[in-house]
Design a binder for this molecule. Structure first.
Ligand code: 5GP
Ligand code: MN
Length: 324
């Protein structure tokens, strides 16, 4: 395992980079990609930034967001690839096959479930966001952080910590955030863009989804469902269901919150949240997914939402019984 200082030294050996992050990217994925991209550019390096499927509207306010291309548009040579916020290579989908063998892969991530797929791995589950790790790397490289970089990295750290409400928020998270504000990040503007600016359709969809909210008999597990036809009905893409899984978690007494969504590939996407000791990263791993102990996800091969729910609930109860 490499430290942030090791990664700083390693990055300085190369001239051109592919920087890539996971499908259905969140603020940490995009903020870290842009922050590192700008930082490497300042040292005279060339960068290509990529993410499968493009990015959600809610993050298009970030400076440089239009530079992030889909895998089919990756062009030019690069002599190293940096993969951010992805616990395995499946998360970057078609990008993985665009990395020639022999090109070193630098894996920077904070998921406990990380598969250590890189030539070099800097994996820190103690970091609230990859944005924290990128900040450390850039600091070790002595790259000055400008306003745009600060905005991107603050978005990364702010969103993955739920704006400093989640259990992953540490003194270091807050110190790095404070530094980024000193460098020009504006928390009120960022939170307004990310959390307070929704399309009418996505709010209407939330209403429909909240109607599906249920708990089990014991009131320990709660879930919501998103049917595929609702997305077209409300003119909403799947990225706009981000955050919906937080509602079942709010139900008093609930320990495990789940969101089941019919996805394009005929699979069921499952978002998972925990409020307590239950480790949803282990639950997600049982279905080949991954994540953090309190926030994780996976795709389940199932023909209906009901089948997926039964399979996941069965595993939840099995794990709860084993923990007793
Ligand atoms: P979200 O529910 O916000 O999409 O994801 C919660 C956390 O779980 C994030 O850190 C995300 O990267 C991770 N995650 C979500 N889905 C998957 C998946 O299918 N595979 C893996 N490895 N991680 C996932
Ligand atoms: Mn993250």
């Amino acid at each position: 395992m490499e430290s942030h200082e090791d990664i700083a030294r390693i990055l300085l050996r190369y001239r051109a980079f592919l920087i890539a992050t996971h499908v259905l990217p969140d603020g940490d994925a995009i903020g870290s990609t842009l922050g590192l991209g700008f930082g490497l550019q300042k040292t005279g390096r060339r960068v290509v930034l990529s993410c499968p499927g493009g990015l959600p509207d809610s993050l298009s306010f970030l400076p440089g967001s239009n530079r992030i291309v889909t895998p089919d548009r990756i062009s030019g040579e690069f002599d190293a690839a940096v993969i951010l916020d992805s616990s395995d290579l499946d998360r970057i989908e078609g990008i993985a096959s665009r990395i020639p063998s022999g090109v070193p892969v630098i894996n920077v991530d904070h998921h406990v479930t990380n598969k250590m797929f890189g030539t070099y791995n800097y994996v820190d589950p103690g970091a609230a966001a990859v944005g924290e790790q990128v900040y450390r790397i850039l600091t070790a490289m002595r790259v000055p952080v400008d306003r745009d970089m600060a905005t991107c990295l603050f978005t990364a750290v702010g969103t993955d910590s739920g704006f400093f409400r989640f259990s992953n928020t540490s003194p270091t998270t807050l110190r790095i955030a404070a530094r980024l504000v000193e460098k020009g990040a504006e928390p009120f503007r960022i939170s307004e863009q990310v959390y307070e600016t929704k399309t009418l359709g996505s709010l209407k969809l939330l209403g429909r989804v909240l109607d599906t909210l249920q708990t089990d008999e014991a009131g320990k597990v709660a879930w919501v469902e998103v049917r595929r036809e609702w997305l077209s009905e409300f003119g909403v893409d799947e990225g706009q269901t981000e955050g919906f899984v937080n509602y079942p978690r709010m139900v008093k007494g609930v320990e495990v919150a789940l969101l089941f969504r019919e996805s394009a590939e005929g699979k069921i996407r499952v978002g998972m949240r925990s409020r307590g000791d239950f480790d949803v990263s282990a639950l997600a791993e049982a279905f080949n997914g991954g994540g953090h102990s309190r926030a994780a996800g996976c795709s389940v091969e199932a023909t209906s939402l009901e089948d997926a729910r039964q399979a996941v609930l069965r595993k939840v109860y099995e794990m709860m019984a084993a923990a007793r």
